[in-house]
Design a protein around this ligand. Structure first.
Ligand SMILES: Cc1cc2nc3c(=O)[nH]c(=O)nc-3n(C[C@H](O)[C@H](O)[C@H](O)COP(=O)(O)O)c2cc1C
Length: 198
């Protein structure tokens, strides 16, 4: 049997930060359940923000930019599982993560009706996702919309979001590595995602 593939994507601009550390633990957990994983750090890719030219409606792919997304589209398509993580920046995802999410627009099938129904080229394939965020503050309100901003677009694209994981009280670079319980929780969540995809 082929191993389940899981792609983990970090939207943190900070090298070695909390998002990356947590992502490593989600992926280790997924690997412990037999998944094949790949880690993508968006800070290492050049990704232009979508400019709304709508050319992808006809072309089915982005014809405007030839950038890092050309490397990532095949990875997204190949992976049954997706882990998206972003630090909370001003109650929301970071700019690189927003650019990445908006550039998933070519995966929609659109009609000419306005407003029209849409479907997803990634839909009805049993794809599953886990989304997570890291933030400084304690109460969930200070995290704002980050988990929804990560999860809702994936649901629209046909993923079942099996978990929305929140790590509060993480400010300094690498602070999360002192929280063994949280790292263990991330490991278990990654394992569960892989098991759900089997
Ligand atoms: C520009 C900016 C905006 C931030 N906004 C928030 C916020 O709205 N709420 C919060 O709790 N923490 C906020 N933080 C703190 C980060 O979420 C926190 O430091 C996190 O651990 C960074 O993750 P990283 O190490 O993976 O980059 C902000 C940090 C920066 C740099």
């Amino acid at each position: 049997m082929n191993a389940v593939k899981i792609l983990g994507v970090s939207g943190s601009p900070r090298k070695g930060g909390n998002t990356e550390i947590l992502l490593d633990n989600f992926l280790k957990g997924a690997e412990s359940a037999g998944a094949e994983t790949k880690k993508v750090l968006l800070r290492e890719y050049s990704i232009e923000p979508c400019i709304g030219c709508e050319a992808c409606r006809k072309a089915g792919t982005c014809t405007r930019f030839h950038d890092g997304m050309e490397l990532l589209y095949p990875e997204i398509e190949e992976a049954q599982g997706l882990i998206l993580g972003s630090p909370t920046y001003n109650y929301n995802v970071t700019a690189p993560m927003k650019a990445f999410i908006d550039r998933l627009y070519p995966y929609y099938n659109f009609t000419d009706e306005r407003p029209g129904p849409y479907s997803s080229k990634l839909g009805d394939q049993g794809r599953k996702a886990l989304v997570f965020t890291v933030c400084e503050q304690v109460i969930p309100e200070e995290m704002g919309f980050t988990l929804e901003a990560l999860g809702m677009p994936l649901e629209a694209l046909g993923y079942e979001v099996v978990e929305k994981f929140l790590a509060t009280k993480c400010f300094a670079k690498g602070a999360v590595s002192k929280n063994e319980a949280l790292l263990e929780k991330a490991f278990e969540s990654g394992k569960k995602l892989a098991e759900a995809l089997r």
